[in-house]
Design a protein around this ligand. Sequence first.
Ligand SMILES: [Zn+2]
Ligand SMILES: [Zn+2]
Length: 343
Amino acid sequence: MMCSRVVFRCFKTLERLGDRLTGAAGPFFVAFAVILIGLGIVCFFDVVMPSLPWPLISGPLCVLIALNLVMHYYYVVTVSPGFVEDPPREPKDSVFWASKRRQKEGKLTGVRWSNELVITRATVTKCRKCGQSKPERTHHCRICNRCVLKYDHHCPCAYPSIAYDIALRYPGVNQCVGLHNERHFVMFMAYLVFSCFSLCITGFPHLDWPHHVPQIAFVLEYILAVVMFLAVGIMCSYHLWTIAHGETTVESHDHEVYRRIAKSRDESFVNSYDLGKRRNLELFFNIGQNGYPLYTLILPLRINPYTDGRSWARREGYEQHRGVRRGEELTDEDDDDDQEEGA
Ligand SMILES: [Zn+2]
Ligand SMILES: [Zn+2]
């Protein structure tokens, strides 16, 4: 008993150390990512693009892909994920924001209302770590030490701007992926995978070297593109799979546990946020009926999510998940060593 407690404490200490290191390394991760992405773009435009056929079509297309890559990364890093104490956000009237389709019925009030969607208010609990009211799908991030709406994960490669950081009085933290920047995160991954794939395919036969970029830099970027295509390709596919099932990264782990709990009672677990693959994807990217136009998938524009994070679209007839009962849901506190210390 004593021994297991010591082992548990050791693991917790290591975990906290990992969190601190992740927090401290955030700016370096971002600086490294910016240099590699920038160098990759320079390599492509200097070496590969002049040899591409149909320059009038391939040129603008490559510029558009590079713009999407850079802008979505910029948005992931600078757009706050959405915290529980933030007021609901309205889309801004600037060139970086996509304009919404004209609404046929009603006016939007932070949540995308539609006759076809069943949208209900989220149940609210209190966070035992920061004391804030916490709507469903909100999680407390240990690194940011705040409650994040529709928390997905904490990303060390998304370091908020210094001004934003100082304003939040959390120097040293890096950024969560949540309600307001998760779309940009997935779009960034998708464009990164596509860009790496394009560089792998088109950059291969370049042996003679009349270019500005040193050949060694191009070779290293090429190897990196192969690795990133595989690694980020798997990550992006996993994220799209969870989105298509109406889950975040945290929820996909939680739902595995709920499935086992339900199975032990000969019941089956049903995720109430799962509206079917197509609808889930439409809601995540906020496109389709009553959403933003499809062109927002190919232009690097900002858009708001379909909800303010305090209401959620659900399957018809499902006020909550089926197969898991109240009190059985996993909470952030399950991972808290305060409980262990109190025990
Ligand atoms: Zn909290
Ligand atoms: Zn965080």
